[in-house]
Structure formats: C-alpha cells, structure tokens
Design a protein around this ligand. Sequence first.
Ligand code: NAD
Ligand code: TDX
Length: 356
Amino acid sequence: MQCQLITGGAGFIGSCYVLRARRAGVRVINLDKLTYSGNMENLASLSGDKDHIFIQGDIGNAELVRHLLDVWKPDAIVNFAAESHVDRSIIDPDAFVRSNVLGTCSLLRTTKDWWLTLSKQEQARFRFLHISTDEVFGALRPGDPAFTETTPYSPNSPYSASKAASDHFVRAFHETYGLPILITNCSNNYGPRQFPEKLIPLVMLNALAGKPLPVYGTGENIRDWLHVEDHCAAIELVLKTGRTGENYNIGGQSERANIEVVRAICAILDELAPAETGKHADAIRFVADRPGHDFRYAVDCSKLTRELGWKAAYRFEDGLLETIKWYLANPDWVKNVQTGAYRRWIQANYASRSRA
Ligand code: NAD
Ligand code: TDX
C-alpha cells in the first residue's frame, strides 16, 4: 500500500488532498499542528478509517518527524503545512518565519537524514513535494505576461517572503544532498472548507450575516482563481510523473478583479439567500488597502499541461456556485470555525480600516 506523510492535512487544501488520497487507497500519515486554521471537522468523513493516521504536531519537531518516518516509511512527503494568510503576516511576521522557514528547513533536514538510511532503490523512489504559491514571483501590471517557472522571485509580503525562503531551502536540499524534491507554485485556491479569513468565504459569510463586505483599495487588484480539486489533481500528477528538482506552476486561468468576484458572490446569493432588504451588493464597502498589496497575479501553467497533460476541470463561475452551495449546506461547519479567536481576528484586521 502506498503511504504518504502529508503535513498541514487538516487545513483547507491539505484536507482536500487527504480525502482524495484516501479515496485513491493511499495510507495517509497526517501531521498537523492544528493552528487556528487546522480543523478536524474537515476530516470528519475519515473518522474510524485506520489508514488515516492523524498526529497533532509541528513539522519543526525533528524527533517526532523522525519517529514517523522510521515507523511508517512513507513513499512521499507532501508539505502543505504553513501559515497561509497575507494579512496575518503583516500583523505577525514571526509566526511565518517559524513555521514556513524554520519549520520547512527542519522538516527537510530530518527527511534528508532519514532518506540517507534507505536503500538506493528506495531513495530513487522517494519524493518530497513542497506546496508553494505564485506570490513568490511578486506582482504583475495589466498586460504583463503571466508568471512562468523561470520568473525571478520577488516576494513583497512577509508571507510570500517566507514561502520564497522555504522554496529556496527545498531546492537547495536537491542541489546539495540530492533529495528528490518537487515544488509547485499555485494561484489563489477556492472551494469548500476554506477558512473564512480569505476573500471568497469572508465575503460570502459576511453577506449572509448582513455585515459590510470589505473590498481593499479600489477592488481592481486581480487574482487567478484555481479550484482546490483542480489544484489537488495537479499535485497528484506532479508527484507521479513530475521530474525531480523541478518546479511546476499551477493556475486556474481565471483572472478576475476582486470587485468582480465580490459582485459575482453577491449575485449568486441574491438568488440563493436574498438579503432582508435590497441587494447583497449594497453592502460592499471600499476600505483601506492592504499595505504592499500586489496588484495582479497570473500563472502560466503551460509546462504542467505540456509535460504532464494537466488541465483544469472547473470553470470559475461553476466552481464559485458550487462553493457557495457547500457553505449554505454546512452551517455547523461555519458556526464552529467562527469562534472567539476568529472574532478577535476580524476585529484586529478590519476595525482600523477606515473607508478608503
Ligand atoms: P490553511 O491555513 O487552511 O492550512 C494550513 C494547515 O497547516 C493548517 O491545518 C495548520 O494547522 C497547519 N500548520 C500550520 N503550521 C504548521 C506547523 N508548523 N506544523 C504542522 N502543521 C502546521 O492553508 P491552505 O490554504 O490550506 O494552504 C496550504 C498550503 O498551500 C500552504 O503552504 C500555502 O502557503 C499554500 N498555498 C495556498 C494557497 C491558497 O490560495 N489558499 C495558494 C497558494 C499556495
Ligand atoms: O477582506 C478582504 N478584502 C479584500 O479586498 C480580503 C481578506 C482580501 N481582499 C483582497 C486581497 C487580495 O487582492 O482579495 C484578494 C484575495 O485575498 P486573500 O483571499 O487574502 O488571498 P491572497 O492575499 O491573494 O493570497 C492567497 O493566494 C495565494 C492565499 O491566502 C495565499 O495562501 C496564497 O499563497
């Protein structure tokens, strides 16, 4: 039986990947620290599954990681674990250095030491796949060509700087020690189970609660939206057939201005859950911009298509509708993530954003 050590598997993207891996018959060792965004409810359907082994712990805990590697001898490690929210990195960059940089470096070192004990055949079969972001490439202006795998790194936020640093360490472990690594750099994910600090679930849930819909700056900033299932399908492909030492871009080819996305959410909710008075879009508020707000991301994923045959299955508008329906159908999940800690974050991030 194939066995994978998946880190951050209780988060938004990691849990989607874990569920898919279990459906494909892969034994999953799921190492997750359960920070504010880690949520065991994302994995509720796996309760009682003896081939989903969940361990609450930090990727930076070398002793624990070595123990898991010795016991389970995974065929691959897929590293999703990270602090993932740009606005939080602006308020507390240190946490991003700890998990994303030091944590990844420690995970690499422990993996490398264990990998060196394997037979040559096992070493050649093993893979370390690191999940990264398009944000490491910086920001584009309208009309600039999309990021390719050779676009120079130019991170602008503490979050993207920490992800860039971790990517460099992953690459260095390949060059220096021969560890068979792969890196994927993807665009903005959306879909079920995303923590409602990110734009799409935040706007949707604020609208349902009759709260203002905060749009940073002018709302003209552009993101390239990728459905989480398309992302996970691409990761599976890269793990199976990608060339070690390489990075692969994954994008949704769905560039949208933020204000377009917010209006699309409002239009869907006007149909499915109308506001008590007026239209949901009446609640849109342009608020103070994010410092260092990257204007545009766009991902050229032609390498992935050309070399590995990947293609996104979701059209953004269909995926958005399906996502909103998922949140409407799962009010308990929503209620349980909107805890006291969540309310404190909303207060910290939005109270000081005066109207732009
Ligand atoms: P998320 O915040 O929903 O989940 C992160 C998970 O990692 C959580 O379960 C958390 O408990 C766990 N974690 C954090 N620090 C840890 C540590 N030190 N040790 C063990 N577990 C730890 O994030 P996500 O959106 O699912 O993102 C997953 C990965 O994908 C991240 O590496 C992120 O940088 C990357 N990424 C995300 C997006 C996106 O749009 N969400 C886009 C590009 C790349
Ligand atoms: O309240 C908001 N209002 C708003 O206008 C929030 C939370 C966001 N925005 C804007 C900022 C961005 O331009 O919406 C856009 C999307 O914001 P986020 O959902 O915070 O995502 P982003 O900053 O683009 O980063 C995401 O994609 C790349 C993920 O959070 C990262 O983990 C990933 O690496």
